[in-house]
Design a protein around this ligand. Structure first.
Ligand SMILES: Nc1ncnc2c1ncn2[C@@H]1O[C@H](COP(=O)(O)OP(=O)(O)O)[C@@H](O)[C@H]1O
Ligand SMILES: [Mg+2]
Length: 290
């Protein structure tokens, strides 16, 4: 589904001493089928932005369009139910929202609410636990007996069981160990491709933004600071420093090589080891001897 933000502002608790303008005149578009990373330091408005994608928040000014659903400041915003069926949101620490007696019931909760038939729910549940790497024999256990990582996977399974077209992920790997982080991100990447999803990932990891996204949006103080392909974004070293964001290791390596050796390596998704090999090749004389 195509997504457009058109001059969107959002103000928390307007006309109170706590009034806070969390989004300011934000405009951007996301093409259906793309994988977008939203980055920016804490408090820059990332979570506020994504809560507009399923109508949890409604713009104070401006307009959000998701497929043919329109969310406006003034509008009544009908058909929110349809929107929520199409847009699956994995909130930060989604395991905090588990509440059913069994894993199976928790995963079934969303689809049941939307009137999906039992047989279809069972099928989706099996698919979802398979996708998230949970053993099927956990289905009858209490989610509260599971490890933190497994609880996270149960919560994600519940979102997948809705069969969303748009998947919104708010720091989905926060608090997981490095191997768990990698597994979860590879799973989202695979689902994105296999199901033709539109994926919006909020992340602190520049490495993940580089590895998985085809478009990056940088938020700063509630405004769009910059956007572009990962390469375009991560080559703007100074701009990233200005908003206190890191540069992925591979990009730092390429820029260091350019600075110290005056050699240009072209980034095409290589690892540092692969880049080092290319560099060795160039230093030894461009491969004339091999
Ligand atoms: N319920 C709220 N009431 C008032 N201010 C809020 C509320 N939620 C978030 N904010 C403020 O809005 C700004 C953006 O927050 P958020 O969207 O959570 O940023 P991020 O996800 O990038 O860390 C922050 O300054 C935050 O303190
Ligand atoms: Mg946040």
């Amino acid at each position: 589904m195509d997504i457009t933000f058109d001059h969107v502002s959002y103000v928390y608790q307007p006309n109170s001493p706590f009034e806070h303008r969390a989004l300011n005149d934000l405009s951007f578009s996301v093409k259906s089928g793309s994988f977008v990373a939203v980055i920016g330091h804490t408090g820059s408005g990332k979570s506020t932005l994504i809560q507009h994608l399923n109508g949890l928040l409604q713009p104070t000014e401006g307009k959000v369009q998701i497929g043919d659903y329109v969310l406006e400041a003034e509008g009544k915003n009908k058909r929110l139910r349809d929107l929520r069926e199409s847009v699956g949101v994995v909130f930060q620490y989604p395991e905090h929202q588990l509440f059913e007696e069994t894993v199976a019931k928790d995963i079934a909760f969303g689809p049941q609410n939307f009137g999906v038939e039992n047989k279809e729910i069972e099928k989706r549940t099996r698919e979802a636990v398979k996708a998230t790497g949970l053993p099927e024999d956990l289905l009858n256990r209490s989610p509260f007996d599971l490890s933190g990582g497994q609880m996270r996977r149960v919560a994600i399974s519940g979102v997948l069981a809705m069969n969303p077209k748009v998947l919104v992920l708010d720091e989905p790997t926060a608090g997981l160990d490095p191997s768990g982080q990698k597994e979860i991100m590879s799973m989202f990447s695979r689902l994105h491709r296999e199901k033709g999803l539109t994926t919006i990932l909020v992340t602190h990891s520049m490495e993940d933004a580089l590895a998985y996204a085809d478009h990056i949006i940088i938020m700063n103080h509630g405004e769009l600071y910059s956007e572009g392909t990962p390469l375009e974004i991560f080559q703007q070293q100074k701009a990233l420093e200005d908003v206190q964001l890191d540069i992925p290791e591979v990009i730092a390596f390429i820029s260091e090589v350019r600075k110290r050796l005056n050699i240009d390596l072209e980034y095409k998704g290589q690892t540092i080891a692969e880049l080092a090999k290319e560099l060795a090749h160039k230093v030894r004389g461009g491969g004339d001897h091999e």
